[in-house]
Design a protein around this ligand. Structure first.
Ligand code: PLP
Length: 421
């Protein structure tokens, strides 16, 4: 009898990150069966023997080849700690990274990465605007250390970056890092990650992407060809405005190099903050999905308000080239937007900021509560006014991080505040 044709069987799919966020990388039997990892609030760890201590240190400083099947022993919380290790394993899942390193802040992650990978005599090329602290690092601190930097406008073509790479090469300071923040803070302009990574690689440079503003649920720069992805985990990853933290993710080889600098600079995250982030990651997708839906509703309402001139939001793009980039590299718009008032001055912007009630007037973003601020005088106050104009930050621009409140309550608050303008 002829056998029945067999249905092709689908290969089993590995569980999705949101299914793994509660348990991955943690073994309860190592912690008295506790369902959650305890906070390993300890500075140092007891070695079983002196020989073991010697072995762990020889691995930590790369003095001996490590047996990949033997886990690295715990030494001292500036080098390693269980909460840090579990957190790094879980963070790898969202970006599908080989390795990650967590830091005491987003700025610690960014500055440690530059110090590791960009030696004096080489240079950095970056898309501007970037977050104000990063701008200060690139405009003042790195040049002061013999690392020149050059900028190009966020959203520029790869040809622009290519030309600048050639110019820096001719000046005797070849580009070693092409740095992007996309979407850019606060204008939400997108830069083409794949195209810029290709330019960087043609010039022997690394491409690093600050993915803070949109997060790994909606954009995964490593898959697009970036070498490193960075986060201020203070924002969406932390999500509750109660922890300051940073992350770098990429290949094992690059992240190990960054971790050596982290150990020596001492820029590692504390066990307590790592534990808070483990708690936060369990609801990362839920929070993000809700905030994104709210942001779509709020942005549409703002765009139709007679006192609002323009809304900047990856879910509301007006430019064909930007839309193409969005379609290629983002799977959702995130929940951060900026908008400009028709009234052009700081005074009118301040009237709105002083009138909101439910939305809190504070810098930062990505928390469960909605936050509103004035980039020109707050997060980007250090960027000279003429540069602000050039990169699209105006006195009437307001940045809004949409949280997980009911969207109609947020709209009612904004409606009241806009009446005061
Ligand atoms: C895009 C971006 N990157 C980096 C940072 C710096 O992060 P942290 O404040 O955690 O040092 C921020 C802070 O607002 C940011 O918005």
């Amino acid at each position: 009898m002829p056998s029945k044709p067999q249905k092709p069987t689908k290969p089993p799919r590995s569980p999705r990150p949101e299914s793994l966020m509660m348990t991955y990388g943690y073994r309860p039997e190592l912690s008295e069966g506790a369902i959650k990892p305890p906070i390993f609030q300890t500075s140092t760890f007891v070695f079983h023997t002196a020989e073991e201590g010697k072995e762990f240190f020889s691995y930590a400083y790369g003095l001996a080849e490590r047996d990949p099947l033997r886990p690295m022993g715990l030494i001292y919380s500036r080098l390693n700690n269980p909460d840090i290790e579990i957190l790094e394993e879980r963070l790898n899942l969202w970006d599908q990274a080989e390795a990650s390193a967590v830091f005491a802040s987003g700025m610690a992650a960014i500055s440690t990465t530059f110090l590791t990978l960009v030696p004096p005599g080489s240079s950095v090329l970056y898309a501007r605007p970037v977050y104000g602290g990063t701008d200060y690092l690139l405009e003042h601190l790195l040049p002061g250390m013999g690392i020149p930097t050059r900028e190009f406008p966020a959203g520029a073509t790869p040809e622009t970056a290519e030309k600048l790479c050639r110019e820096m090469q001719e000046a005797g300071t070849p580009v070693k890092m092409l740095f992007l923040e996309t979407p850019a803070n606060p204008t939400t302009v997108l830069t083409d990650i794949a195209a810029m990574a290709a330019v960087a690689h043609r010039h022997g440079a690394y491409c690093a992407v600050d993915n803070t503003l949109i997060g790994p649920l909606y954009q995964q720069p490593l898959k697009l060809g970036a070498d490193l992805v960075l986060y201020s985990a203070t924002k969406y990853l932390g999500g509750h405005s109660d922890v300051v933290a940073g992350v770098v993710l990429g290949s094992k080889e690059l992240v190990e190099r960054v971790k050596l600098f982290r150990t020596i600079l001492g820029s590692v995250l504390s066990p307590n903050s790592a534990w808070l982030l483990l708690r936060s990651l369990e609801t990362y997708k839920l929070r993000m999905t809700c905030a994104r839906k709210n942001a779509e509703k709020v942005s549409a309402w703002l765009a139709s308000h007679p006192k609002v001139d323009r809304v900047y939001f990856p879910g509301m793009i007006h430019d064909a080239a930007q839309q193409e980039i969005y379609n290629r590299q983002c799977t959702g718009p995130g929940a951060l937007m900026s908008f400009e008032l028709k009234a052009q001055g700081e005074e009118e912007a301040f009237r709105l900021l002083n009138a909101v009630k439910m939305i809190k007037l504070a810098v930062s973003l990505g928390g469960t509560e909605s936050l509103i601020e004035h980039p020109a005088t707050m997060t980007h106050a250090d960027v000279p006014v003429e540069d602000q104009k050039k990169i699209g930050i105006s006195p009437s621009m307001i940045r809004l991080s949409v949280g997980i409140e009911h969207p109609d309550d947020l709209i009612a608050d904004l409606a009241r505040a806009l009446d005061a303008v």
